[in-house]
Design a protein around this ligand. Structure first.
Ligand code: UT7
Length: 342
């Protein structure tokens, strides 16, 4: 059997219209634009309204990706959504997206891995492409997280925003796609970031809000970003020099700075848009990928490193070449011509 690869043929996003700036937050909570910018790098974020639940944002991002790819929803074989705080315990967001976009009766399911949901979903999708199980997969990261913020808790409430991002992976026999990846978890640190359900047995009094221990998340994240990148590179047999862009989960610009220091590389190698959207959890990587591609900063055939961490605790990194290089740009070995001796 010929080796199969996966190329990204479409990408799309949905961001709610409602922009909430740090100055808006200053009016309501005991915080300031200066503190938020200095400690997190965030200037504004989007808040979803009641008519923008997770599955609606996810479906809009999916439709955007289909439109850009010129592909019909009926041509998809599978939908995977990385998401962790959905409106329903069941059905999955992916099933609601299947119905909303008019895909055939294809498999559709969610993956819950905190803010690492998109990397878990993407690397799962590539396994199906490479084994030949499916030819066209929609992978979405979508989160409507701001409705779970406790207004009085200024350390959590300033960080998050809502969004969805989608990519379509299509099978090809031209070399590209997932060169290597790593996924990990450490459930012994389950209390570092959590949100209880209404039927939660313990800590019921915490209410249905996200609670986290900011400094513990910060330290874990600063350490794990570089480590996960190195593991993904090792599995790919590549080095950082082979990577055009690093697209990190956008949780706090200081976490990215600390990882850059650890890895001994410049901040210019990272794609960062946290100032506009805050932490959008599973949506943050496809959203940054979209903006990078749309602005022309990332080229459609670039090799990118995606890296994330989140509740669980979980982490993951994936090195992928988005699409095959055009044949003309592949260096051909020139036939060596012997120079006749004089
Ligand atoms: O996707 C995973 C989700 N979680 C995260 O990504 C969180 C990662 N952690 C962080 O991003 C940072 O730890 C925070 C941004 C949450 C906090 O930054 P920090 O530099 O770790 O601040 P801190 O918690 O050490 O607090 C410093 C001070 C405290 O005051 P005192 O005790 O020094 O008087 C806080 O009460 O800043 C205060 N503070 C605030 N002040 C103004 C905390 N939040 C705010 C706020 N505005 N919003």
């Amino acid at each position: 059997m010929r080796k199969r690869y996966g190329k990204i043929v479409g990408y799309g996003v949905y961001t709610p219209n409602k922009i909430v700036t740090n100055f808006d937050l200053e009016k309501e909570w005991d915080t300031s634009d200066e503190w938020i910018v200095q400690r997190s790098g965030i200037r504004e974020r989007r808040f979803a309204t009641a008519d923008e639940p997770t599955h609606v944002m996810a479906a809009r991002a999916a439709e955007h990706a289909l439109e850009r790819a010129g592909i019909a929803a009926t041509d998809l074989d599978l939908i995977i959504v990385g998401t962790c705080l959905t409106e329903y315990f069941t059905p999955s967001v992916a099933c609601l997206v299947q119905a909303a976009i008019g895909a055939n009766h294809i498999p559709a399911y969610d993956i819950s891995a905190g803010c690492t949901g998109f990397i878990y979903s993407l690397s799962t999708a590539y396994q199906f492409i490479e084994t030949g199980a499916f030819n066209r997969i929609m992978v979405i990261g979508a989160e409507n997280i701001t409705r779970f913020l406790e207004k009085g808790d200024r350390s959590t409430a300033i960080l998050f925003g809502d969004a969805a991002g989608a990519v379509i992976i299509e099978a090809t026999d031209e070399p590209c796609g997932l060169h290597g990846f790593t996924l990990g978890s450490d459930g012994s640190d389950q209390d570092v970031i959590r949100m209880n359900t209404s039927s939660g047995r313990d800590n019921f009094d915490e209410g249905h809000y996200i609670v986290f221990q900011g400094q513990r998340v910060f330290k874990f994240a600063s350490r794990v970003l570089g480590k996960a990148c190195n593991q993904a590179l090792e599995s790919a047999g590549l080095t950082l020099d082979d990577v055009d862009w690093i697209i990190p989960h956008q949780a706090n610009v200081r976490i990215i700075q600390s990882a850059a220091r650890d890895m001994g590389i410049s901040m210019d190698r990272f794609v960062i848009n946290i100032e506009k959207y805050g932490n959008t959890s599973s949506a943050s990587i496809p959203l940054a990928l979209y903006e990078g591609l749309d602005s022309g900063k990332i080229k459609p055939t670039d090799t990118v490193m995606m890296v994330a961490f989140g509740a669980g605790l979980t982490w993951g990194a994936a090195v992928l070449q988005l699409a095959p290089k055009p044949v003309a740009s592949v260096k051909q070995a020139q036939p060596k011509m012997a120079i006749p001796a004089a």
